[in-house]
Design a protein around this ligand. Structure first.
Ligand code: SF4
Length: 193
């Protein structure tokens, strides 16, 4: 769908310069999705992996973040292998609803209420990121936190359009439950992609 060089605005690696590869196609259907234009894969051209890799400036950051859409709707094993062959770090952001493929240096697992994730993602997630759209999502987040591996980092992130309403709730929750951290979409505050 697109690729660009920017700043990771969310989660554990927030603030790092990174190359983003956004793949078209998503079958999860979050009503608050901020990239609905990604949903229809056929609206985006097929781009050979070699072309995608060619357009990455390796002299800059060695961090490549594959996102979507739901990137794991595709088998990404070859892409991961090629990224590692170029000494690049491979991160993926996924809802965990499609089969896992590829060996990733970092997996951001962001389950959604609209389609259940597959069990494997709880054991391999490096970070769990739950989008908080209403108060009940905090309880829902705990259900997922109870299933992830012990080294998984836990993040609560306000849904962007509800951030003013949700942030006081989230701050209060994190004060009382410090295993959680707050993730903000810093790139949106900065006005960048
Ligand atoms: Fe949008 Fe991500 Fe939900 Fe898909 S999983 S609908 S891309 S927020």
């Amino acid at each position: 769908m697109e690729q660009f060089y920017s700043i990771q605005g969310e989660g554990y690696h927030q603030g790092k310069a990174a190359h983003f590869i956004r793949l078209g196609g998503c079958d999860v259907g979050c009503h608050w999705c901020d990239v609905k234009e990604s949903w229809n894969a056929s609206a985006h051209p097929i781009v050979p992996i070699e072309k995608i890799l060619e357009d990455i400036d390796y002299q800059k950051s060695d961090l490549v973040i594959v996102t979507g859409g739901e990137p794991l709707m595709y088998n990404l094993e070859y892409m991961c292998t090629r990224l590692h062959g170029l000494n690049l770090k491979s991160h993926v952001e996924t809802s965990g609803t499609s089969a896992l493929s590829g060996e990733w240096d970092w997996v951001t697992f962001s389950p959604k209420k609209f389609k259940n994730p597959l069990p494997i993602y709880y054991s391999i997630a490096n970070e769990l990121k739950v989008i908080v759209n209403n108060r009940s999502d905090l309880k829902w987040a705990e259900g997922h936190a109870a299933q992830v591996n012990t080294s998984c980092e836990l993040y609560l992130q306000p849904e962007w359009t509800k951030r003013d309403k949700m942030m006081p709730l989230i701050m209060d929750y994190v004060r009382n439950n410090p295993k959680w951290r707050i993730s903000l979409q810093v790139h949106k505050y900065l006005g960048v992609d």
